[in-house]
Ligand binder design. Structure first.
Ligand code: NAG
Ligand code: NAG
Ligand code: NAG
Ligand code: NAG
Ligand code: NAG
Ligand code: NAG
Ligand code: NAG
Ligand code: NAG
Ligand code: NAG
Length: 668
């Protein structure tokens, strides 16, 4: 053993033995590691034997909180003044199972209550729930480190830092990163990069300025903060508040860790002693990099190294392109892509080719080298092999669907823990972006009406005109893609099925997207043509009103259905249309679309039209029947809103832009 190795081990030993807690009292405390720390923990939060605070435990759909035991005084009691200045810093890290995507995120929080039993995980980060999101009675302030792009919450991307006031629609957010002291240039940081990072949150009472700064651990705090905003926290804070952390894993196996934390009122939080902080558990990839750092400088026998290098290269190359292929797949030959082809097509799944994140995985743009075909490749994380055979059979069967209003599924590839689905590339992207992106010009009414008819025609084909009936199960604007000629095409088949077969009991409930789920689907769990028609109704509202199915940012009428229904009751249904359209619309068509939406989203499945009727109404070949006022009672809507949606929220992850679903059933 060389001297340097010996010193290294001594160093490790020292690190191991000396990790511990240093706490001050009251409003000034420091935890250099959490061994022996007395915190209030709930959910999956725990302190590991080596002193890590672990908030989520590498399991899907969990959440955890850790709070400082006693409340902190943030202003003089019974004195409605500004809150005191405070400063905090913490070192954190995230370990993910899938190499590419990690569950929802971690937040530093300051809260009036230590009871988070009604808060939901997933995109609600364990802070709020759909009913109280944004409500000023929450008295919750948080700095979120969010790793999932959720357009419903106006997220900017899948890797951002946000300031949350009483809810998870961030008051302000920026991509995660820091400004280099040397160059002043912004450097990206990946919050799920298995890299340990440090954050600083500082508030100055006098100027009411909040600064948030991020940096890789062991680098000096960057001079320029990542966020520096003026914000008055006095209405948000009570006199005494709890401080701590919250994290939720959502649909990905993720573990969120805090390694050290300090906090101080009226002053700068104490610097953390890096030598005392515990280390994150090693992962396979982490282990390899450690070997490279430590092992290679120590190796002296050049020959051995050279041979090892060649072997490693060969092994790595094989690992890099390794895939799973079993005998039963032989018959699917033409639909099976090689991983290497997909890897090459997407430039090695390069970041710049990413088209967006979804609840199930990330989508990449690519060009198949041999055929020069433009494709979109979706990477779906999937650990379970159970049901894979049936699922692939279904994928291949769906791959035979050919219709001008359906996105073609070209094939698939399978690797360990991962499934890749290959689709035709749609140059004009998804409809939700055109509807909601404020930077884009308003989508004109004739195009909207045409896309509605396209989607109706695609769905009719799935329901009635193909050899077997296909229930789509996740119709919504973000699953409608636009080809080069702006034809609307229904995208994405099959993923819900995969999760149905899977062995994860948490995701076997209902698959679909909030605001699109028919009431009977919640009761029975059985998707049908009528539940698709219900979702189609909500889709019509989205297109005509330019509002999301559920708008978390709206103060009232979060459900678009409720918004249209109220307009209809008042006799002014046209006023519910997208304000961006101005006067540029055809009144009869908008009226038809909105009323057809109400008919399709009827609480009783028997009252909803079939897709064939829907197409007839849209073509004008049959007149739309009158709506009976009594059917759509507020009671039903209320029920849908409070019951189904929350049941669903607790059982199913984010309603994200590329989450998809479908189901194949034998035609009756
Ligand atoms: C932690 O704090 C609680 C409440 O003050 C106290 O009852 C408990 O004994 C403390 N535990 C330890 C290990 O200090
Ligand atoms: C994580 O916590 C949940 C809930 O406490 C538990 O059911 C699960 O087994 C834990 N998973 C691991 C990997 O420890
Ligand atoms: C503080 O605010 C509360 C609620 O707004 C009010 O009832 C109370 O009178 C105020 N106290 C003072 C000292 O201004
Ligand atoms: C926490 O709040 C819930 C309601 O949101 C309540 O039922 C429960 O009793 C509370 N728990 C404690 C310990 O106060
Ligand atoms: C906010 O919460 C309070 C108390 O729970 C409730 O009375 C109020 O109606 C809520 N406000 C909104 C806009 O939901
Ligand atoms: C952000 O906070 C400021 C100050 O409290 C407030 O004026 C503003 O409306 C908030 N913005 C959003 C988008 O919530
Ligand atoms: C940071 O990431 C964004 C999005 O992935 C990219 O557009 C930008 O060029 C990156 N910036 C740097 C400095 O790497
Ligand atoms: C926040 O950042 C600004 C700009 O760098 C700086 O002037 C100010 O002193 C900082 N405030 C706090 C509370 O750190
Ligand atoms: C913080 O500063 C304010 C204003 O200077 C002072 O009134 C308050 O007592 C201080 N709080 C603590 C906990 O030191």
């Amino acid at each position: 053993m060389s001297q340097s190795t010996f010193l290294f081990f001594l160093f490790l030993l020292h690190q191991h033995l000396s990790a511990g807690v240093t706490t001050g009292a009251g409003d000034d405390f420091t935890f250099n590691g959490f061994r022996g720390a007395n915190l209030t923990l709930d959910g999956t939060a725990t302190i590991t034997s080596n002193g890590l605070l672990r908030l989520t435990n590498n399991t899907r759909q969990v959440r955890g909180h850790a709070l400082h035991l006693s409340q902190i005084q943030f202003r003089l009691p019974r004195h409605n003044g500004t809150v005191f200045s405070f400063s905090t810093t913490f070192v954190f890290g995230t370990i993910i199972k899938d190499r590419y995507i990690g569950g929802n995120g971690l937040a530093f929080l300051i809260s009036g209550s230590d009871n988070f039993s009604s808060a939901l995980g997933s995109q609600f980060l364990g802070l709020v729930n759909p009913n109280n999101n944004g409500n000023s009675t929450n008295h919750v302030f948080a700095v979120e480190l969010d790793t999932i792009f959720n357009p419903d919450l106006y997220d900017i991307n899948g890797n951002h830092v946000g300031i949350d006031v009483n809810g998870v629609v961030s008051n302000f957010s920026v991509p995660a990163g820091y400004f280099s002291d040397d160059t002043g240039v912004f450097q990206n940081l990946s919050l799920i990069g298995e890299q340990v990072m440090q954050a600083w949150v500082e508030y100055d009472a006098e100027s009411m300025r909040l600064n948030v700064t991020l940096a890789p651990v062991r680098t000096a705090k960057p001079r320029r903060p990542l966020i520096s905003r003026s914000i008055d926290l006095s209405p948000v804070f009570l006199d005494s508040m709890f401080v701590g952390f919250s994290a939720s894993s959502g649909s990905y196996q993720t573990a969120h860790y805090v390694l050290g934390w300090s906090f101080k009122i009226n002053g700068t939080a104490r610097a953390l002693d890096y030598s005392l902080l515990p280390s994150l558990p090693r992962t396979k990839s982490g282990g390899r990099s450690k070997f490279l750092e430590v092992g290679i400088p120590l190796a002296s026998a050049g020959v051995v190294l050279a041979i090892a290098g060649v072997v490693a290269l060969v092994v790595r190359r094989r690992m890099k392109y390794a895939e799973l292929l079993e005998d039963w797949e032989k018959e699917y030959g033409p639909h099976r892509f090689s991983y290497k082809d997909l890897f090459d097509a997407t430039g090695g799944f390069a970041e710049e080719n990413s088209l967006g994140d979804g609840g199930f995985g990330r989508v990449y743009r690519g060009v198949l080298q041999r055929t020069k075909l433009d494709v979109a490749v979706k990477r779906v994380s999937h650990q379970s092999r159970q049901g894979m055979k049936e699922f692939i059979a279904e994928i291949v069967s769906l791959g035979r669907l050919r219709h001008r209003n359906l996105v073609r599924l070209l094939g698939y590839c399978r690797r360990k823990g991962e499934l890749l689905l290959v689709y035709d590339y749609m140059p004009n992207g998804s409809l939700d972006k055109l509807l909601y992106d404020r930077l884009r010009p308003c989508l004109d009414w004739p195009t909207r009406f045409k896309i509605i008819k396209d989607v109706a025609s695609g769905l009719l084909y799935l329901h009635e005109d193909w050899e077997q009936m296909v229930i789509h199960r996740d119709i919504k604007a973000s699953n409608v893609l636009l080809d080069g000629e702006m034809n609307g095409r229904l995208g994405d088949f099959g993923l819900a099925r995969l999760y149905d077969h899977g062995n994860d009991p948490q995701t076997t409930h209902i698959v679909g997207t909030m605001g699109y789920i028919a009431p009977e689907l919640v009761r029975t769990g059985r998707p049908s043509a009528a539940t698709d028609v219900f979702a189609f109704g909500t889709f019509l509202f989205e297109v005509a009103c330019g509002r999301r199915a559920v708008d978390w940012a709206a103060d009232i009428d979060q459900l678009v259905l409720e918004w249209v229904l109220q307009g209809w009751r008042k006799g002014s249904i046209l006023e519910t249309r997208d304000a961006k359209l101005g006067e540029e619309f055809v009144a009869e068509e908008v009226d038809l679309v909105l009323k057809l939406g109400l008919l399709c989203a009827h609480p009783s499945p028997a009252a909803r039209p079939s897709m064939r009727r829907v197409v007839e109404y849209l073509e004008g070949s049959s007149p739309l029947p009158e709506l009976a006022a009594t059917y759509l009672s507020f009671k039903t809507i209320e029920l849908q809103r409070s019951k189904s949606i929350e049941d669903y929220m607790t059982s199913y992850p984010s309603s994200s832009s590329v989450a998809t679903a479908s189901s194949v059933a034998r035609a009756p």
